[in-house]
Design a protein around this ligand. Structure first.
Ligand code: ATP
Length: 513
């Protein structure tokens, strides 16, 4: 646990030190759960967004994009159910005055039991060696079974209570499990209350006729209200999808996990419109497709898992998360939701406009069903950053800090370094930069000894260092050093572009899907 917390702290300070993420308005001591992206962060974020967009929109001839406004007519949020039901259950600790999400306290309690199961399994693996069968052990060992029963029972009861709005029972559960304030250990809790997460604002110049608006809490509704505009003008046939990336705002109750849970964040969502009755097939299809997208980045299959929702949202008939192993454990990275015809039907009802599709094959009109994939860009950023940061022990008893960001996402693809600052080497290096920058983000660096420059680029996540030395003057070759293996090869200057392209090209990575 301590090791995990340490790792998380390192990620946060590394993100700042290397220009990835800063606290918002830091000179005024920051704003809670709001962050700014620095010179490297903005590039990584753009590259993740682009990697998603290319995979979802460009590679699918039946998926198109939109960019809807953040402000929407306020009735949108009545129709979508957000005004009445976009709530989180909150609970306060009377002694520490700290506020928590009641469901998260219970989930964290279960995660601790899960850690105990993992420990039992590790012990057994050591004891049985080669012949250890984890699945069998999980299904037969009484202690593991007991733990699992406790987790399942607890989560089921919580889901039931939340679904029936029995908040007294949620509190009773917290008391029965003897859950204490993680910061102080106090068990002196208030009752559980519902808290709406939408930020309100006003539109209009005078106070009398100002209109109450919300900052959108998800990008999805901008897609639903444009469903017919896009379908008609694009002459799209079901099944088809509409994708969107953009800011969303939630007044989160607890936001203490860096960019994992922010009050202003970015989503990458795709709504796939389908024939009613086919949702199971498409649900499986998108689960598989989205997982493949994640795996294509090579961040370790063992770091992902599916988690089926115990408590379905008001709009869903099936839902699961793709969870990622963050430094603080497995947590939701992306949601895949079968939303039925809930959203479009609600908008039909509230707007009085028909939002139907005429199916030529079936010869009838219907309200399509929707399959949604929804991923947080900032969470994906955190997944990449935390997975990439490694401290390596080297052969000569030193360590190096390296950010092994998948090359396709790296902010800077190559740094060009003249070995020394004279003999015409800087001029050649600058010429290489001028040539490569048409295709890639590249950096020029001549300060300090070359070894230190390598380290600096390793820590910033740059996959290639190109060094210009005296041999370059003789035969137009340079060395190219690979960040992860630290291997160096001598190559002609003319081959650099192809070499870098091969390793950083979206195609090269997406082809693995
Ligand atoms: P959680 O249970 O963690 O609050 P959620 O189930 O409310 O998340 P969704 O409404 O399904 O999340 O949103 C889709 C995705 O948007 C999430 O999988 C997550 O990656 C991202 N997301 C949601 N809330 C936040 C937030 N406050 N900060 C950053 N990303 C977020």
């Amino acid at each position: 646990m301590i090791q995990q917390e340490d790792q998380f702290k390192k990620v946060i300070s590394h993100a700042k030190e290397y220009g990835y993420v800063f606290q918002s308005s830091e000179i005024y001591d920051g704003l809670s759960a709001v962050y700014d992206y620095g010179q490297n962060g903005v590039e990584l974020k753009k590259n993740i967004r682009d990697y998603w967009w290319r995979a979802m929109v460009q590679m699918h001839d039946n998926i198109v994009g939109v960019d809807a406004a953040i402000f929407m007519h306020p009735t949108t949020w009545k129709a979508s159910g957000h005004v009445d039901a976009f709530n989180d259950p909150l609970i306060d600790n009377k002694d520490s005055k700290k506020r928590y999400r009641a469901d998260v306290l219970i989930e964290d309690y279960c995660a601790k039991i899960e850690a105990k199961i993992d420990k039992e399994i590790e012990k057994a693996r050591k004891r049985f060696g080669e012949s250890f069968d984890e699945a069998q052990y999980r299904s037969t060992n009484p202690r593991v079974l007991g733990y699992q029963e406790k987790i399942d029972g607890t989560l089921k009861r919580m889901a039931r209570s939340l679904e029936t709005e029995d908040l007294a029972d949620v509190k009773a559960l917290i008391e029965e499990l003897e859950i204490a304030d993680p910061l102080t250990g106090s068990r002196n809790w208030t009752d559980v209350k519902q808290f709406n997460l939408m930020f309100g604002t006003k539109l209009g110049a005078s106070a009398e006729n100002a209109m109450d608006l919300y900052l959108r809490p998800e990008t999805a509704q901008g897609i639903f209200v444009n469903f017919l505009n896009v379908q008609k003008t694009g002459r799209l046939k079901i099944p088809f999808g509409i994708a969107q990336t953009g800011k969303a705002f939630r007044n989160e109750i607890v936001a203490r996990q860096f960019i994992f849970r922010m009050r202003e964040f970015e989503q990458m969502e795709m709504q796939f419109f389908i024939k009613p009755g086919t949702q199971q097939k498409w649900y499986e299809h998108w689960k598989e497709t989205r997982l493949k997208w994640h795996l294509s980045l090579g961040m370790g299959a063992e770091n992902y898992r599916f988690h089926d929702h115990e408590k379905l949202a008001h709009y869903a008939d099936a839902a699961c998360d793709i969870e990622f192993k963050f430094p603080f454990g497995f947590k939701e990275l992306e949601g895949i939701h079968s939303r039925t015809d809930f959203d479009l039907s609600q908008h039909e009802e509230y707007s009085g406009k028909k939002l139907q599709y005429y199916d030529n094959e079936e010869n009838k009109s219907y309200v399509p069903y929707v399959l949604e994939t929804s991923i947080g860009l900032d969470r994906m950023f955190l997944a990449v950053l935390s997975n990439s940061l490694v401290e390596e022990e080297l052969d000569n008893n030193t360590t190096r800090t390296v950010l092994r960001i998948p090359a396709v996402l790296a902010p800077t693809k190559a740094a060009v370094l003249p070995l020394i600052k004279r003999d015409g080497l800087p001029e050649i290096a600058q010429k290489i930069v001028d040539d490569l920058k048409w295709d890639f983000n590249v950096d020029y660096d001549e300060k300090d000894a070359v070894g230190r420059r390598y380290r600096r680029q390793d820590a910033a996540g740059t996959p290639f260092c190109i060094t210009v030395d005296h041999e370059t003057l003789e035969n137009n070759t340079v060395t190219i050093r690979h960040r992860d293996s630290m291997e160096q090869e001598r190559v002609p200057i003319q081959s650099l572009k192809e070499l870098i392209k091969k390793q950083t090209d979206v195609k090269h990575w997406l082809m693995k899907m």
